[in-house]
Write a protein that binds this ligand. Structure first.
Ligand SMILES: Cc1cc2nc3c(=O)[nH]c(=O)nc-3n(C[C@H](O)[C@H](O)[C@H](O)COP(=O)(O)OP(=O)(O)OC[C@H]3O[C@@H](n4cnc5c(N)ncnc54)[C@H](O)[C@@H]3O)c2cc1C
Length: 319
């Protein structure tokens, strides 16, 4: 036990994590959730490795105006850089690497990360989701320029009085268009799914939301704020477009361990962010709930604290 404690302390104090590693906690994903957990765990003097596959969703944010503490707004990259610096300051290791597999190993887990093995007493999944982007030319650039947006809860306020198109299928598109009516009375739902998927037509009429069901023939993203959609000879401009095409959670590692998933494929967790697999925690977008930075960081703080206290109990620290 003493040897293990020394090894953990050495890891925490800065030795390089090498080919075969024993640590307290493996965090999968270096978005806001994973980086917050790393900061907390490192400050609890835990040896923690964050393995990240790159491109956290947060890095897509051109300028966030709803992140607490930044009244003038802050970009996703700037948030991530600050969080990373803070976690590393206290000894967390953050390394690029894709976690290919996670298997039970005694009371903990062994992870394979790009060909090496890491054994951890607990694992936190902060693996996020993958957005289903619309099939538009230059869509990635358009998201960077905030012409195409993903999240009205994040930036609906900035759509105030703008001409807004919502690209959606099923009644999820209707809900998103309805949500945006808080901000603008010029909202158009461009329905890209089968007509039978749309049951809430009355709500659209009641809310004064225009419905377009004709297939889009061409799209132009031009200038700073002009987006033109063409259908049936019509050519219309919008100030911005919201994509309401949904996401897929990165829950495969947990699923392979038999963790319980919600109907939408996200991970079910308890009040301490524990999944149904002992020692496996989850936080952020991969967990059912509101996909927000504030939520991911809060969940990560809860998870990290419970992990630390659980490991203390396992080590006989019952007081
Ligand atoms: C365009 C856009 C604008 C947004 N604007 C805002 C905003 O203004 N305010 C706000 O609060 N929220 C905003 N959001 C939402 C916010 O980005 C997310 O809620 C937040 O990033 C979730 O953090 P996370 O840590 O759960 O996941 P992410 O930030 O997505 O990070 C997950 C990480 O896990 C890694 N990963 C996944 N699987 C593996 C694996 N097997 N091995 C290794 N690594 C893995 C991924 O590579 C990724 O780096 C926006 C999102 C988008 C797309």
């Amino acid at each position: 036990m003493l040897g293990r404690a020394r090894r953990l302390l050495a890891d925490n104090l800065g030795q390089r994590v090498t080919a075969r590693t024993d640590i307290d906690v493996l965090v999968v994903g270096a978005g806001p959730g994973g980086l917050t957990a790393a900061n907390y765990l490192a400050r609890f003097r835990r040896s923690v490795l964050v393995a990240d596959g790159g491109c956290p969703r947060a890095s897509w944010i051109p300028l966030s105006h709803n992140t607490p503490g930044f009244p003038a707004g802050i970009s996703g990259d700037a948030i991530l850089a600050r969080m990373r610096e803070q976690a590393e300051e206290y000894g967390a290791r953050i390394e690029p690497g894709w976690v290919q597999g996670l298997v039970r190993d005694g009371a903990g887990f062994t992870a394979s990360i790009d060909g090496r093995e890491v054994r951890a007493r607990a694992v936190l999944l902060a693996t996020g989701v993958v957005d289903h982007h619309p099939d538009l030319p230059g869509v990635e650039r358009a998201i960077e320029r905030a012409l195409v947006r993903i999240c009205p809860i994040c930036d609906g306020y900035e759509a105030t009085d703008k001409a807004v198109a919502v690209l959606g299928h099923s009644d999820k598109g209707v809900s998103e268009a309805a949500f945006l009516r808080t901000y603008s009375n010029r909202v158009t739902l461009i329905h890209v799914g089968p007509p039978g998927d749309l049951t809430e037509r009355d709500a659209l009429v009641r809310l004064g939301i225009e419905l377009v069901e004709t297939p889009i023939e061409a799209v132009r993203l031009e200038g700073d704020r002009v987006t033109a959609f063409c259908w049936g000879g019509a050519d219309r401009s919008f100030d911005l477009v919201y994509s309401a095409l949904g996401t897929s959670p990165n829950a495969g590692l947990a699923q392979a361990l038999g963790a319980r998933l919600a109907d939408d494929g996200r991970l079910e967790v308890d009040l301490h962010q524990k999944t149904s697999v002992p020692g496996l925690y989850a936080a952020g977008d991969v967990v059912r709930g509101l996909n927000q930075i504030a939520v991911a960081t809060a969940e990560a703080a809860v998870a990290a604290t419970d992990i630390h206290n659980t490991l203390r109990q396992q080590d006989g620290q019952t007081v």
